[in-house]
Write a protein that binds this ligand. Structure first.
Ligand code: ZN
Length: 460
């Protein structure tokens, strides 16, 4: 029934989607504040028209969140929270666009416009799916809430305190993120892990000022060398991170996890070529992909000090600095790892210099969801039907802070249920969205809602 409704209303839905894409809701630029507001109003109006109740535009102190719900499926049915965002990245450089970024243009089965893929295509599909089900069956198979936000592209700064304040309102058994990628046009994926992040900054100070290396050489500790020694102590020569306690909370990969990772296509030589390196390097006993996806990392992001000009200057520098960040995996706590790094650095501080370490900017928690979680199993079934191929279970080396935030504030896991493909020029000129995925996305959400109705998500 809903299939027919989606077909009959396809052209109208598509025109409505284009209306949303035309709004230049760039969250990072103050001159587009009103456009982000306009996109929020469009979203709220569209939710109401679809039959969603209690729709409101909620202030956050920054760009708003649009909430709405439909909660008449019964207490024995799960409650799904759908997440997406209606803000977009800036569109410059404008001259590199083949057609204007906020005048959506259709070419070769694709819509070209800023936000067409990230994330307005994702945002509308569950709303249209809700309308199709409510119009044809007068009810939804599960309880549904929406959390549609307008500050994702600037890092959702107000969202964590907002979510902590409105825990009850957004309470759910599961989150579906419509801001997600698929592996390719023809291959689906489910994201089961994301990395966390922590940062420290190191300053090493020696003599009061730069010194003549002839007059004073040989009698003091060189701050740059002291810093180099501290940094060298972070890792054993075979590539394992040597910070005491660093791995204590890491959830080890099971044989099954490793099989799932190995099942995802990987071309080592092509990857080396792409990066322009001669060899891979990293923690022993793990594959390249495992190191990248499922093991914590420690990187020196910058080191500086002393003389860097042309020619020679026989100087003994007075200070040296470095910035270090770690990507973390479940169940590492970023604040705890930060403290372990600080302790390690202090312990390895050589004599004759003062070493200051402080927490850097940027903290994110890691996320891990069992591939066998019933929601992942159901999502996998739906994706298999939509694509004719079962999804890869993918871990991501980067951080998406909202997903661990839902886990922390609402105690709910998130399934990746969006329709973007990585080659769609996201955040770049000529962003596009595939029309095939617009259709696929609406169908996918209808199927997901129906199948979740019989799932045991621990809500009963
Ligand atoms: Zn996005």
């Amino acid at each position: 029934m809903w299939q027919q409704y989606l077909d009959d209303n396809h052209d109208r839905f598509f025109e409505e989607y284009l209306d949303l894409v035309r709004i230049p809701s760039i969250s990072s630029l103050p001159e587009h504040m009103a456009d982000v507001e306009k996109a929020a109003e469009w979203t709220a109006t569209r939710l109401t028209a679809a039959g969603i109740e209690n729709v409101e535009i909620m202030p956050t102190g920054g760009h708003p969140v649009v909430y709405g719900d439909w909660l008449h499926a019964g207490d024995d049915k799960p409650t799904l929270l759908i997440y997406a965002h209606f803000d977009v990245q800036p569109a410059d450089p404008y001259e590199l666009w083949d057609t204007p970024p906020f005048e959506p243009t259709i070419r070769d089965g694709r819509v070209y416009a800023r936000g067409a893929s990230d994330d307005k295509g994702g945002l509308v599909t569950p709303i249209f799916a809700v309308e199709a089900l409510l119009q044809t069956t007068k009810k939804l198979p599960i309880n549904i809430k929406f959390c549609l936000e307008g500050q994702e592209e600037i890092g959702s700064p107000q969202l964590p305190p907002f979510m902590a304040e409105h825990k009850e309102k957004f309470a759910c058994d599961l989150v579906a993120s419509a801001d997600g990628l698929q592996w390719s046009e023809t291959e689906p994926m489910l994201v089961v892990a994301l990395k966390g992040l922590c940062a420290v900054e190191i300053s090493v100070r020696g003599p009061k000022g730069d010194l003549h290396s002839g007059l004073h050489g040989g009698v003091i500790q060189n701050p740059l060398e002291a810093l180099a020694n501290i940094i060298a102590s972070f890792r054993t020569t075979d590539g394992k991170i040597a910070v005491e306690g660093f791995f204590d909370e890491v959830v080890e990969l099971t044989a099954e996890d490793r099989e799932k990772i190995a099942a995802v296509p990987f071309d080592g030589p092509a990857y080396k070529d792409q990066l322009g390196v001669t060899d891979f390097y990293g923690e022993p006993d793990y594959t390249t992909r495992e190191r990248n996806w499922a093991r914590p990392t420690l990187e020196i992001n910058g080191m500086w000090g002393g003389f860097q000009g042309d020619g020679t200057k026989t100087v003994l520098p007075s200070e040296a600095h470095a910035k270090v960040t770690c990507r973390l995996v479940a169940n590492q706590d970023p604040h705890q790892i930060e403290q372990l790094l600080i302790d390690h650095i202090k312990k390895h501080a050589p004599v004759g210099v003062t070493v200051d370490v402080r927490a850097g900017r940027g903290v994110a928690y890691p996320f891990l969801m069992d591939s066998d979680h019933p929601a992942n199993q159901i999502a996998a079934e739906v994706l298999t039907e939509l694509y004719g191929q079962s999804p890869y279970f993918v871990r991501v080396g980067g951080s998406v802070p909202v997903i661990p935030m839902f886990q922390k504030e609402l105690g709910a896991d998130t399934i990746n249920f969006g329709w973007t493909v990585g080659d769609e020029n996201l955040h770049a000129p000529n962003e596009f969205f595939r029309l095939a995925n617009f259709k696929r996305g609406m169908r996918g959400y209808c199927m997901l809602f129906e199948r979740l109705a019989t799932a045991d998500l621990g809500n009963k």
